[in-house]
Every structure is written in C-alpha cells, then in structure tokens.
Design a protein around this ligand. Structure first.
Ligand code: G6P
Ligand code: ZN
Length: 609
C-alpha cells in the first residue's frame, strides 16, 4: 500500500471514507516505520530514506494524528521549501494528505519554493494555523544527499517538543493514511484551485516577505547606498532558496546590479555545493571578497535562507560580532527598532560581545542554550527583539526563525546610515571600519570555534564525562595557567517565561578576565535509526523519559565535538591581531584541560570558524 503522489488516486487497496465536501478521501493502510524521531528542526534523513514506501506519508499523517483537530480542520497551512531534490514529489504528498485530514486551504510557494523565514512570515502575516518547510537546511541536496521536513505552528515558530514527541509516538503506532483523491496540483502558476471545499493557493514566495522587509527597513536609505559608485555589493545565494529572493529584493527593489548576485538560481542539488555560509563552504565568495579590488560588501545564505555570513573587503565579520553590531546600531538605522530594542539575547557559546551592548544600552539580556527555539518564548512575551548565534544565525522578533536576508538588509542599513552625511568625494565608511569602531567602543571579544566532526562517539562522550567530573571539583580562584577560574559548570537554562528547565547544555570554564572555554557535543542530524529506536524503546519502558538521548548528543558512531574559545580584549592596540593568534594560549589550555587529543584521537579540528 504505497502513497506516492501519482499512485494514490488509483490505489486499489484503499477504502474511500467521508471527507471534506466534494472530494473523495482514500484510507490507505500502513505500518510504523522506525527511526522517525522528530526534533524541533524536524525530521532529516537521506533522500533515499524519504523515498521509501510511505515514509513521508507516515510522518505527515502522524503529524495530523498529533495535532488537536481545531489546529487544522478547515484551517490554513503554509507549504514551502528550499528547492532541493524530492521537494516536488513531497509537496504533492503533503497537499493530498492535508486535504485528506480536513485542512481547508494550503498556501504554497510557486514551484514549492519558500525560504524558512518567509514561511514564518507568511504564517504570521496571513494568520495561518501553521506550515511545513521542506528543507534539510545547510545539508547538501540531490538524490544521494539529504531531505527534511519541519512543522511550524501558528506563531511561525517550529513546533515545540510536546508536539514533536507526540509525532514520534504516533509514527510508532500508525496504521492508516488519509489521502485525498485529487490530481497533482500545478505549482507553476499563481492562483487558487478548488477541489470541492479544499483549495490550494499558489503564492509568489517573495511578495509577503518583501512587504515585511519594507516595513522593517528603510528601503530608500539602503537604495542610496547601493546606488553609490564606491560601494560594490555581492550576494552569494549558493544555488539555494535565497536565490529566489535576491533578484527581486536586492536588484529589482534596491537597485543592486544584476551581476552582483552569484549562484542566484535555486537548483535541486545546489550546484553540487554544500549550502552553508561559512568560511569553508562559501569559499568562492570568500575568495572574491579577499581578492585585489574585491567588492565592499559580501554576504551568503544557506539552503533554506535562515543562516547568513557577512564579509567586508578582505574582512570577515564573526557572527557573534555581527549580532552585537546590529543591536548597537538598530535604533538609529532600522525603523522597526526606532523605539529601541526590547531586549537582546544570544546562545550560550556565542561570544559576549552582545552582553556589552546590552549593558551599555541598559537593555534586558538573555543567554539561552544553543538552538533558535529558545528565543521564541522571550519574543512572544515581548522581552526580546534582537538575537543571534555563533552558528551564523541572526534575527529578530519580526518572525520566529533566524533570517539570512534580514541580516544582510540590517548590515546594509547600518552601512548606509553610517555614510548618510557623506559629501561627494568622501571615503566610504566600510564594513571593517564599522566593526573596528565597535571594538574601540566596546572592546573586542576574540572568538573561534573548532569542530571535530565524526569523532568516535565513545571517546567524545567520555571526554564530556571527564569534563563534568572536572567541573564538579573546581572552585573559584583555581589557577589554569595564567587564567584564574571564576566558575565552571554544565550550562543549565531556566526559561524566564514558562519556568521550564533544560540542563547539560555545554561545559564551560569562565575565567576572571571574561575568557571562556566551552565544550559541546553537536546535536547531530543523523542518528542511526535502529540504535535510536532501541534506545527510545528502552527509555519509554524504563522511565518514560527521553532526556538521556539528548545528553549523549548522538547515539551513532559520529559525534561532533565543538570547542568554543573566547577572550575579551579591551586594549584597542591589540584589536588588529588575527583571532587564531590572539586565542592561541587559550586554545592550548583548552586542549590540555580536556585531554581532547587523547579522548578523540584527533590532532586537529576538521573545521575552524
Ligand atoms: C541548528 C539550529 C541552530 C543551532 C545549530 C546548532 O542549525 O537551527 O539554532 O545553533 O543547529 O547545531 P549544533 O550542531 O552545534 O548542535
Ligand atoms: Zn538553515
């Protein structure tokens, strides 16, 4: 009994059941498929896994089985994706199962395209009940690579764990898929198609989002910058979804030249690229920005358009500095923040540059665990406006996702604002000038992240255990080389809005001069399905509690250890130092203290940011 988009309408073994007026709903028998554990960033697997019989259909039906009927019956759901391989087939399956479960209307981006931030914006703007994002974010796409699906609820934020846990539970007991007997929907033309009471509206994926951006930013101000002959702008869409946004926004609306957009056509395999905007994977852009007479501004965004990287000519803006600099200048340069940001927040491993801005501007400040979801409650409660993570995520409460194009527009606003009073012939105040001025005012938080990817998980877990043991014995005043310990702990967060507590979010050593060494295991996207299934079953039987799955980071052979190093430098004469040089003593200390080389067998990290 297979639910594939085309076969569904002729499925002979299914039975017709009553559904929304005017369409026939087939009930297709199915069986549970293991390994569909869903996190708040959804379910991510190899495309081949998703293409197995009923794999996606089971998950979508399990989602409907998990939601209260009032959250979707006759309701409106948004559907978008990053353009990767399998999105077209998946969109048809999602539309038909939504209709089969009594959804009233689907708003889908043309060709199935819509960035993650735009889906969040459309859900909020059109007061939809929720929405689907078909994406595996920055993971490569194509028949051999990854696919993913995520569900956001009515505030535009990824569904909370209470829902994703239910979805997983339902994937283990599912027996029936309800699917509407309707033809494939033509996603290539804008407009509404009715199928009985059910309708599908194909939207321009850009227009709602663009309208929001025009409300947030002063487009005339940005235009004045982009029209200057001494300001050359570059955007690398990495053949991912922001390609669909770059031309309408940067070129058509804001007047950037059309050759300023690189890799602007979304492709199913991202042009064989790895659509992650960092110094390693956006190498082409980095080379352009560091070339002789390179452009004045460069930016890139990831597969689904929520991450960003900002560069000046020959200059990299570390994401921790980026959010701090945006926050410091937002009130002056960005109309949305004209009455001042309500509060600022960063994830724990992100550098303390933002803390200094919050202090100076006298704003409420929050430090949350890694993961964008922790910002949402603070935003809903009106406590937070601008936030960011070291992992190339920056955003605000205009939506409930991080937002790559927003970050680019924010930086263009800052540069434009800083150059407002310029007279003809004045030298442009550049990205690096703005960053250096910021360091002069606030001091510089040198920051770097070392990734040790695909370590053997046993050694990685043992190292974390060893560090936990170490912190339990540590006390204020302990000497670590030239550094004096202020405190060491495993980060625990209590949500100030709902009081919920999450623990074991990263081992940190904080020194009296503000320097920090942090160790975390990445929450890996791919967990060995069988192992996880066994672990989950044991957890369910024994304690009805999944916590320890998260604490282990991953259950598979591949664990990623992340080491974050930060050092504060108030002395402006030392701000020009290369981050790796400035941080060398602290990095050496971190490697010694953790015995990382012994535990992981690794001499060097695989990625440095
Ligand atoms: C995703 C989330 C980010 C988070 C990152 C951490 O990209 O959307 O909010 O910062 O994961 O990944 P890690 O591999 O460090 O757990
Ligand atoms: Zn992403």
């Amino acid at each position: 009994h297979s639910v594939c988009a085309k076969a569904s309408s002729s499925s002979s073994s299914s039975t017709a059941i009553a559904g929304p007026e005017g369409i026939k709903i087939n009930s297709v028998p199915t069986k549970p498929i293991e390994g569909q554990k869903t996190g708040t960033s959804g379910l991510r697997k190899k495309v081949k896994v998703f293409m197995q019989e009923n794999y996606l259909a089971n998950w979508i039906q399990s989602l409907f089985n998990s939601l209260p009927p009032e959250d979707y019956k006759n309701g409106v759901l948004v559907l978008g994706g990053d353009g990767r391989y399998f999105n077209r087939e998946a969109a048809q399956i999602i539309i038909k199962i939504s209709a089969g479960n009594g959804v009233g209307k689907i708003l889908v981006g043309k060709e199935g395209l819509m960035s993650t931030p735009a889906v969040s914006a459309v859900i909020r703007g059109r007061k939809a009940n929720g929405g689907f994002v078909m994406s595996a974010s920055h993971n490569p796409g194509g028949p051999e690579y990854d696919w993913g699906i995520k569900f956001n609820y009515s505030s535009g934020q990824p569904a909370p764990e209470s829902i994703t846990d239910k979805i997983y539970g339902n994937t283990l007991s599912i027996s029936e898929i309800k699917i509407a007997d309707i033809p494939d929907v033509d996603l290539s033309h804008l407009g509404v198609t009715m199928y009985g009471n059910f309708s599908v509206e194909v939207l321009d994926p850009v227009s709602d989002y663009l309208e929001l951006m025009e409300n947030v930013f002063d487009f005339e101000l940005i235009k004045s910058l982009l029209s200057r002959s001494d300001f050359r702008f570059t955007f690398d869409a990495m053949h991912a979804v922001s390609g669909a946004y770059a031309k309408p926004i940067f070129v058509e609306k804001l007047g950037a030249s059309s050759d300023s957009i690189y890799n602007g056509v979304p492709l199913e395999d991202f042009g064989h690229g790895h659509p992650d905007p960092n110094l390693t994977y956006a190498k082409d852009l980095v080379n352009i920005m560091y070339s002789d007479n390179g452009p004045d501004f460069g930016a890139a965004s990831d597969g689904d358009g929520d991450r960003n990287m900002i560069l000046g000519r020959g200059f990299f803006v570390t994401p921790s500095d980026s959010v701090a600099i945006i926050a410091a200048n937002a009130q002056k340069a960005i109309p949305y923040f004209q009455s001042g940001p309500k509060g600022l927040a960063r994830s724990m491993p992100t550098s303390g540059a933002l803390d200094r801005v919050a202090e100076k501007l006298n704003l409420p400040f929050f430090e949350v665990p890694t993961g964008w979801k922790f910002f949402g409650n603070l935003m809903d409660a009106g406590k937070l406006s601008i936030c960011g993570e070291e992992s190339f995520g920056t955003g605000s409460d205009h939506i409930r996702e991080k937002d790559g194009i927003w970050a680019v527009l924010a930086w263009l606003s800052l540069i434009a604002h800083r150059n407002k009073g310029n007279r003809t012939g004045d030298k442009l105040v550049s990205v690096s000038d703005i960053v250096k001025e910021h360091w002069e005012t606030y001091g510089r938080n040198f920051f770097s992240r070392y990734d040790y990817e695909e370590c053997e998980s046993k050694g990685a877990n043992q190292m974390i255990e060893y560090l936990r043991e170490l912190i339990s014995q540590s006390k204020t005043g302990d000497k670590y080389g030239n550094y004096v310990l202020q405190f060491a702990d495993d980060f625990t967060y209590t949500d100030p809005v709902d009081g919920s507590v999450v623990s074991k979010q990263g081992v940190r050593f904080v020194f009296t001069d503000g320097s920090r060494i942090i160790f975390r295991l990445s929450v890996c996207d791919f967990i060995c399905p069988l192992l996880l299934f066994l672990l989950a079953s044991i957890c369910l039987c024994v304690s009805n509690n999944f916590d320890f799955l998260y604490l282990q980071g991953t259950g598979s052979a591949g664990a990623t250890v992340r080491l974050y190093i930060e050092q504060f430098e108030p002395d402006a004469s030392k701000h020009e130092l290369d981050a790796q040089t400035a941080l060398k003593p602290l990095i050496d200390l971190a490697l010694t203290v953790s015995k990382l080389r012994d535990f992981t067998g690794r001499e060097k990290p695989t990625v440095i940011t």
